[in-house]
Design a binder for this molecule. Structure first.
Ligand code: EPZ
Length: 434
C-alpha cells in the first residue's frame, strides 16, 4: 500500500519533462511479438503495467528487459501461446496480446483481462472482428481460445471506435491474407504510434489518425528501434495541477496537439497558455472560472482519461461545470473521495455537476483507480492542510515518479510505503523514493 502525503497550498513552478506514453508503449510491446525480431524501444515509462507486459513476453519465450526508459525485446524464440490468468488480470492491455499471438502463432489462449474498474469493459468488438477475419473462438467462462490456420483480410466496420479493438485488429491483420480495412477505427495518437511502429516492422499500413485504416502486406524487417510518444494524459494531469495551484509550469517533450482539448478548457478557466512544437507553458493566478459543459468523446474529442483530473482542477473554480462522461459507465469513482475534501459535486447518471467552492480541506482518501487517484493528488495540492491518499498501486500503473516530478515543481508531496498492517491500526511507514 502506498501512502501519498500532500500538503496543499504550494504553487507549482518550473519546468519538467513529461514521461513516455503508457497507452502507446503497451500495444507496441505486444506488437513486438508478431514476427521474430530484435526491438529497442526508447522513452518507455517505468510502470507496473509495462512490467506486466514484459513479464507476459518472457512467459511466451521472448527475452524482454527494461533498463531505465529503454526496453530491449528479442522475440525470435517464442515457445508458448497461452497467457496465464494471473498475468491477464494485471492490466486491461493484456487483451492486445490476442491479436499479436494470432498473427504470430495462429492461436492465442488467454482469459478476460483486468484493469481499472470503470464499468463493463467487454471485448465483443475484438472477438467479432477476429471471427470476421476467419478466426475460430471458443469461450469457456472467462477462458478464451482463438485460432486461425489462416486469417483473411476483410472490411470491418466497428460499432464504436474502441482503442483496444482497433489495436488488436491492426496486429492480427499483419498476418492476414489480403487487405484488412477497419472502418470506424479509433483515431487516438496511440493508434498512430502503433501504426508507425508496425510500418517500421515492415507492415504496409495507412490511414491511421482517420477513421479508416487499411492494412495490406507484411514483410518483416528483423530489427528496429522506436521512440515512444509522450504521455498526453500525464501532461494533462500536470497542466491541471499547475492550473489549480496558481502555477507557472513549462511542460517539455510533449505534443500539445495530443491534449489540445484539455488545454482549451484550462484556457477557458482563465489560464494563460503558450505552446510551441514540443512545449507548453501554462500560467495561472489560481482563480479559475467554471467552464460550462465538458463531454468526453473518442479522440479528437475530450479524453475520458483526463476527465477526473480536469474535474479536480475545477473544484474551486467560480461557477458550475457540467461533465458528461460518454466513454465509461463508471468513471466518477473519485467523486465521493473529492467530496471528503469539501468539494460540491453531484452525479446523476453520466452527468457530474461541479459547483465551485471557496476552499478545500485536507483529508484521508482512498485511490479508487488510476486517473481517479491522480485527481485526488491534483485536488490535494490545492487543499488547505494535509491530504493522505491510500493507494493499492493504482497510481503507479500510469505515472512514473509523479511524487518526484511534483516536488521538483515545488509541491510538498511525500510517497511512503506502508509496511505492516497489524490489526488494521498499527502501521509502519517507509519512504519509497526521494
Ligand atoms: C483504452 O482502453 C485506454 N487503455 C484507456 O486508458 C482509455 O480510457 C480508453 O482506451 C478510452 O480512451 C489503454 O490504452 C491501455 P476502448 P480500452 O476499447 O482500449 C467499450 C487509462 O486510464 N467497448 O476504447 O479498453 C468499453 O466498454 C486507461 O490509461 C465495448 O463495448 O478502451 C468502453 O465503454 C483506462 N466492447 C468503450 O468501448 C469492446 O469490445 C471504450 O473502450 C471494446 C470496448
Amino acid at each position: 500500500m502506498d501512502i501519498w502525503k500532500i500538503r496543499g497550498g504550494s504553487r507549482l513552478e518550473g519546468a519538467c519533462f513529461v514521461q513516455g506514453s503508457k497507452n502507446a508503449s503497451l500495444p507496441i510491446i505486444a506488437a513486438s511479438l508478431i514476427s521474430p525480431a530484435e526491438t529497442e524501444l526508447m522513452n518507455v515509462p517505468r510502470l507496473r503495467d509495462v512490467d506486466s507486459a514484459l513479464r507476459i513476453l518472457r512467459h511466451l519465450g521472448c527475452s524482454a528487459q527494461q533498463q531505465g526508459n529503454d526496453v530491449y525485446i528479442n522475440s525470435t524464440g517464442i515457445s508458448e501461446n497461452k497467457i496465464p490468468h494471473s498475468l491477464m488480470l494485471e492490466m486491461r492491455s493484456s487483451v492486445i496480446f490476442m491479436g499479436a499471438l494470432l498473427a504470430r502463432c495462429g492461436e492465442a489462449r488467454l482469459s478476460l483481462p483486468g484493469g481499472c474498474q470503470l464499468g463493463k469493459r467487454p471485448i465483443d468488438i475484438h472477438i467479432s472482428a477476429f471471427r470476421q477475419m476467419g478466426a475460430e473462438i471458443e469461450e469457456d467462462g472467462s477462458n478464451i481460445r482463438c485460432s486461425a490456420a489462416r486469417l483473411r483480410g476483410c472490411e470491418l466496420r466497428l460499432p464504436f471506435p474502441s482503442v483496444g479493438a482497433t489495436e488488436n485488429i491492426m496486429l492480427a491483420a499483419c498476418a492476414a491474407e489480403g487487405e484488412t480495412v477497419i472502418k470506424g477505427a479509433a483515431r487516438e495518437p496511440e493508434i498512430s504510434a502503433l501504426a508507425e511502429y508496425l510500418r517500421r516492422m515492415g507492415c504496409d499500413i495507412e490511414g491511421e489518425g482517420s477513421d479508416t485504416i487499411v492494412i495490406g502486406g507484411f514483410t518483416p524487417k528483423g530489427q528496429l528501434s522506436y521512440r515512444v510518444i509522450s504521455d498526453r494524459i500525464v501532461a494533462a494531469t500536470l497542466a491541471c495541477a499547475a492550473a489549480c495551484t496558481g502555477g507557472d509550469v513549462e511542460l517539455r517533450a510533449v505534443e500539445p496537439e495530443h491534449f489540445s482539448t484539455v488545454l482549451y478548457f484550462l484556457k477557458q478557466a482563465g489560464c494563460d497558455i503558450i505552446s510551441d512544437k514540443y512545449t507548453v507553458r501554462l500560467r495561472s493566478d489560481g482563480k479559475l472560472r467554471a467552464v460550462g459543459d465538458v463531454c468526453t468523446q473518442p479522440y479528437p474529442g475530450f479524453p475520458t482519461d483526463a476527465q477526473p483530473v480536469l474535474m479536480a482542477a475545477l473544484l474551486k473554480a467560480h461557477g458550475r461545470t457540467h461533465i458528461t462522461e460518454n466513454i465509461f459507465e463508471n468513471r466518477y469513482r473519485q467523486v465521493e473521495q473529492l467530496c471528503r475534501l469539501g468539494a460540491d459535486i453531484s452525479v446523476n447518471g453520466r452527468v457530474a455537476d461541479i459547483n465551485g467552492v471557496d476552499m478545500l480541506y485536507g483529508s484521508s482518501l482512498e485511490a479508487t483507480d488510476l486517473r481517479g487517484g491522480a485527481a485526488m493528488i491534483v485536488a490535494g495540492l490545492s487543499a488547505e492542510g494535509e491530504t493522505l491518499i491510500h493507494d493499492e498501486g493504482h497510481i503507479k500503473r500510469g505515472y512514473e515518479d509523479l511524487d518526484q516530478v511534483l516536488c521538483s515543481l515545488g509541491a510538498d508531496v511525500k510517497l511512503e510505503k506502508m509496511k505492516g498492517t497489524a490489526n488494521g491500526f498499527q502501521y509502519t511507514y517507509e519512504k519509497t523514493q526521494n
